[in-house]
Design a protein around this ligand. Sequence first.
Ligand SMILES: *[C@@H]1O[C@H](CO)[C@@H](O)[C@H](O)[C@H]1NC(C)=O
Length: 218
Amino acid sequence: MAGPLLLLLAVVAVALAVVPSATTGSSSDDDSSHPFNDLVHSFSGGASYGGAARQAAMHHDAAAAAASERGEHHIPAEGALAHEFLEAHNALRAKYGVPPLRWSSKLARYARRWSWLRRFDCVLMHSPASPYGENVFRGSGTDWRASDAIRDWASEAANFDWRAQACHPGQECGHFTQLVWNDTQYVGCGRTECFTQHVFITCSYDPAGNYKGEVPLT
Ligand SMILES: *[C@@H]1O[C@H](CO)[C@@H](O)[C@H](O)[C@H]1NC(C)=O
């Protein structure tokens, strides 16, 4: 009995050691804390919008083409949680005059899997090499709902400079710009209550937003 438990603790200890100082704050994302930050920025050739994961265009195009060939995106929302995630996104998008998103079971599977993998540590980090856009949220306690995560991401609107079409210097707005990215069509999300008494929420987006040189609403 003791063997597997100790092994598990050791694995968690290593995971925590690899991801230093990621667990401050309550409800909001601290992008500087996730270990793929540099990787994300190196894809974009410098911080453009920051925040939500950007991925190489080649990856994204290949994945999107394959997915639409398989017709995997055109599945209606399953269940109350999916409905809550979708409605929260689309209410915000309506405010900014961008078309509503559709729910994707495939994206939801990806997001659920990533949130489930974080259940031991609830460290706020992006999934490695996701072919999708991705927003992440972590809240302290277990009461956080789908709409809380969207509200938290949307609050970054205050950090977006509409004239410059960029985040205010040194501030994060990439979660917001992904939410209102015009060309994004599909979303799928997952929510996990971690053993650490936090909630981890992540949404995946296709096509991914936050392409450098493009602006959110067009
Ligand atoms: C936003 O996207 C929709 C469909 O994806 C497109 O028809 C529309 O032209 C886009 N809007 C702008 C302002 O580019």
